[in-house]
Design a protein around this ligand. Sequence first.
Ligand SMILES: [Zn+2]
Length: 75
Amino acid sequence: MMATMLVDVDHLLADPIYDPDRCSIGFHPLHEPLVMPLYFLLLIHPKTRIVGIGLVVHMVLDSMDCQFTNGVWFL
Ligand SMILES: [Zn+2]
């Protein structure tokens, strides 16, 4: 599960690091809607499934954060 924390590295690259009014989805390079199918692909293989679950859960949490702060699911 630690590997899934790496996705948060791109949060750290952002300036400011955390902005409650900002939507992570679509802002960070690893949070682009385009890369999400890749995270779902990780679910297919048993060896990468645990990482895939972590990443998908992370994206869901980030988009929920988006939804609550901005009233939108994406961007
Ligand atoms: Zn995130």
